[in-house]
Design a protein around this ligand. Structure first.
Ligand SMILES: *Cc1c(COP(=O)(O)O)cnc(C)c1O
Length: 225
């Protein structure tokens, strides 16, 4: 199957849901990214800053670049000039640095809080309590050059669909609680619009549970080498 055909088939799966496809292009060649762009995809996700920056430099400028991997504070400056959405904010310290770099670039950078939903120990992210602590911190309300637009999470890597559904459901419920609570946790820099959940193995489950952004790599390009 070609890249274009795979993309069409995934978009077909996502029809009648609210989920938009982000092509996860980490480890893929510039040729593969160009084919993806030619297939009409404008949202690209990368997990390593250096790779993201190198690819952004040589690909069409209307591509929206998503940082989907763990982000170190000292790397924020490299993506701050152009990044479309940072999915992996997991501390106030990181958010403060994103705000600083956004000020330097005279822009507002959109971010998602990464929430820990999996049973596995290896995944990054905040607990709901840690999230509320950040939202209630007075420093947070002063960050004028970031905008929080939603949440991101990764389910356990398992075949157990009950488990995956449970984890996605917990994230969706947290998202809806934040969204419907119009008084608390609604500083000027917050708009609860995006729910980034779902990868190659579980994007159909995620879309059914209200995902707005699915991050899909191997279902488009094949297994990573
Ligand atoms: C690699 C990656 C994906 C895509 O994974 P696939 O299984 O190839 O679809 C999605 N989200 C994150 C955070 C990733 O690192």
């Amino acid at each position: 199957m070609t890249i274009a055909k795979q993309i069409l088939s995934i978009q077909n799966d996502l029809a009648h849901t609210h989920a938009k496809l982000i092509a996860v292009t980490k480890t893929r060649s510039i040729d593969e990214l160009n084919l993806t762009y030619q297939a009409g995809i404008l949202d690209f996700g990368e997990n390593r800053v250096q790779e993201l920056v190198e690819k952004q430099a040589v690909l069409p400028k209307d591509i929206r670049w998503h940082q989907i991997g763990h982000l170190q504070t000292n790397k924020v400056k490299y993506i701050a000039p152009f990044v479309h959405l940072i999915h992996t904010v997991d501390s106030l310290k990181l958010l403060m640095e994103i705000n600083q770099q956004a000020i330097k670039n005279n822009r507002i950078i959109k971010c998602l809080f990464q929430i820990y939903i999996a049973q596995e120990e290896t995944k990054f992210g905040l607990s709901p309590n840690e999230l509320y602590e950040i939202l209630e911190n007075p420093i947070f309300a002063e960050l004028q050059n970031i905008q929080i637009v939603g949440l991101m999470g990764m389910a356990s890597f398992t075949e157990n669909t009950d488990q995956i559904n449970k984890e996605f459901n917990s994230l969706a419920q947290l998202f809806h609680a934040l969204k419907s609570n119009h008084t608390a946790h609604q500083a000027g820099n917050v708009a609860w619009e995006e729910l980034s959940m779902g990868m190659s193995g579980d994007y159909i489950l995620a879309a059914a549970l209200g995902s707005t952004l699915v991050r899909v790599g191997s279902a488009i390009y094949g297994a990573r080498g």
